[in-house]
Each structure stands twice: as structure tokens, then as C-alpha cells.
Design a protein around this ligand. Structure first.
Ligand code: COA
Length: 249
């Protein structure tokens, strides 16, 4: 478990709240582990109908903890937590809603490609600086982003590392709605409760039909992971990670 992931229940809704505000919700291995466990337990519990991902005010998630990337880049152990989390996300049997406010970097953006409804506030910026970090897209985003956004907007997001404002993300089809900061959680909960009130089996089958083969997505995630692991040990990645570590010194 992780003190930085808070799991709550509100009737049929399971809330998974990332709660590491001093690091803008950068995700550690323990946080991935706690989120995987929550998804698995929620999927196995018939009284849970919907998973909800939330962050803290101003920070949904700043992506993978770059210190953990640095550990791998310098020859250390990486662990399987992130890959287990992605497997749990792709395999989720229940709909997923996310509420995004502020920082949404790396997996803080790509996680939403696995959500059925994403609400974001006007101050949110979605960004995936994979290439600038010497890395490659993850979480199946190399497959999902072109499908959702079209090739050119996906290139701007994944390869150029352009920031997508909430309005741009809405226009591009990355998110469902833009709502004010004060309304974010109530909008997310209203949507989650609406989903929870639907006939669960009809909903499950409909969602499965829309998702199609998860094997194709899992295969792409594995392919991305292969490149990602190698890229983390590249000179390009090491230099970019070092620049992040040194930027305040
Ligand atoms: N990994 C580890 N620590 C991170 C982090 C990350 N991904 N993102 C932010 N932090 C830490 C910062 O180091 C800082 O810690 P400190 O106070 O001990 O120095 C703290 O969180 C606050 O971040 P800061 O950069 O001061 O806030 P900001 O509002 O100026 O910028 C970001 C926020 C998210 C834009 C910036 O921190 C950033 O670019 N982070 C890296 C994001 C990233 O590349 N993620 C990986 C994608 S694959």
C-alpha cells in the first residue's frame, strides 16, 4: 500500500485519489502498486460499479517519478509495478471516470485514454514530453492517441510534446467535458453515479464491444515497454533526466 494513494467508497463508486501534493502527484512504484490493487479489488467486488481517478487541487499527476526513472537509467532496478498497473487499467471490467485539475503530465495524460469519461478544469494542461525525455510513448498511447485524436494531433501531443489545454483536449476528443475547479468533483461523482445506475451487465457488454480486443492493446503496451526500458538507459534519456534533476540547482 501507499500513503499517497487514498481509496474511498461512495456507494457504488470507488475513488482512487492520488495524494502526493508536494511532488505534484508524481507516481512512485508504491503508488502504482496501490492503484493496481484498488482496481483489482474494485473489479472483484460486485458492489463497486465504477472506478474514479482524482488528484489534488492543481495536480492530477506529474507522471512517473523521475527519480525512479533515474534509478533505472543509472543501472538500478525498475520493478514491475507500472506495467502491472497498466495491465489492471486495460483489463478493468468496470467503467472508469477521471477528474483532472492542473498538472497532467506523462501517464497523467495517457491514463485518461483508458477512461470512459474525463472531466478537466480550464487550468488543466495535458502534456507528454516523452521524446524530449529521450523516451517513447507508453500505456498504449501510440495506438490510442492516433485513434482518438487523429494522427496529426497525436503527433503534436506524443512527439512534439505540445501542451493541450482543456479546451483543445475537448475539441480533439481527449476528454468529455470542461468544468470549473469548484464543480470538478461533483461533476465526476454525478457522472459516476449515472453510470452506476445503468443495468450493469448491458453496460459491461456495451463497453467491451466498444473497447474491442484488449489483446491488441496489451501487445502494443508490451512493445512500447520494450523500447521504453531500452530508452531509459540511453544517453538521450540520461541527459534529459539529469537536466530535470539539476534545474533548480
Ligand atoms: N518526478 C519527481 N518529482 C517531480 C516530478 C516527477 N515527475 N514532477 C514534479 N516533481 C517534483 C519537483 O521536483 C518538485 O520537488 P521539490 O519541491 O522537492 O523541488 C515538486 O514536485 C514540485 O514541482 P515543481 O517543478 O517545483 O512545480 P512546477 O509547478 O514548477 O512544475 C511540472 C510542475 C509538473 C510541470 C514540473 O515539475 C515537471 O515538468 N515535472 C516533470 C514531469 C515529467 O516529465 N514527468 C514524466 C513524464 S514521462
Amino acid at each position: 500500500m501507499s500513503e499517497h494513494i487514498v481509496i474511498e467508497r461512495a456507494g457504488p463508486v470507488q475513488l482512487i485519489r492520488m495524494n502526493r501534493p508536494d511532488k505534484k502527484n508524481a507516481l512512485t512504484r508504491a503508488m502504482y502498486g496501490a492503484m493496481s490493487q484498488a482496481l483489482a479489488e474494485g473489479d472483484a467486488d460486485p458492489s463497486v460499479r465504477v472506478h474514479v481517478f482524482l488528484g489534488v487541487p492543481g495536480a492530477f499527476c506529474a507522471g512517473n517519478d523521475l527519480n525512479d526513472f533515474m534509478t533505472i537509467a543509472t543501472g538500478g532496478e525498475g520493478g514491475l509495478e507500472v506495467w502491472n498497473f497498466l495491465a489492471a487499467l486495460v483489463g478493468s471490467q468496470k467503467p472508469i471516470v477521471s477528474g483532472v485539475d492542473g498538472v497532467a503530465v506523462g501517464i497523467g495524460t495517457t491514463l485518461n485514454l483508458h477512461c470512459d469519461l474525463t472531466f478537466a478544469t480550464p487550468r488543466t494542461v495535458f502534456r507528454t514530453p516523452f521524446v524530449d525525455l529521450g523516451l517513447v510513448p507508453e500505456a498504449g498511447s501510440s495506438l490510442l492517441a492516433p485513434a482518438v485524436l487523429g494522427r496529426q494531433q497525436a503527433f503534436a501531443l506524443l512527439c512534439l510534446g505540445e501542451g493541450f489545454s482543456a479546451e483543445r483536449a475537448l475539441a480533439a476528443g481527449l476528454i468529455y467535458a470542461v468544468v470549473g475547479e469548484d464543480e470538478l468533483e461533483s461533476a465526476v461523482m454525478a457522472a459516476a453515479n449515472l453510470i452506476a445506475a445503468k443495468p450493469p451487465e448491458a453496460l459491461r457488454i456495451s463497453r467491451d464491444l466498444m473497447l474491442g480486443s484488449r489483446e491488441i492493446l496489451k501487445a502494443r503496451i508490451a512493445e512500447e515497454a520494450e523500447h521504453f526500458r531500452l530508452r531509459l538507459k540511453s544517453d538521450e534519456a540520461r541527459a534529459a533526466l539529469m537536466a530535470f534533476m539539476m534545474r533548480k540547482k
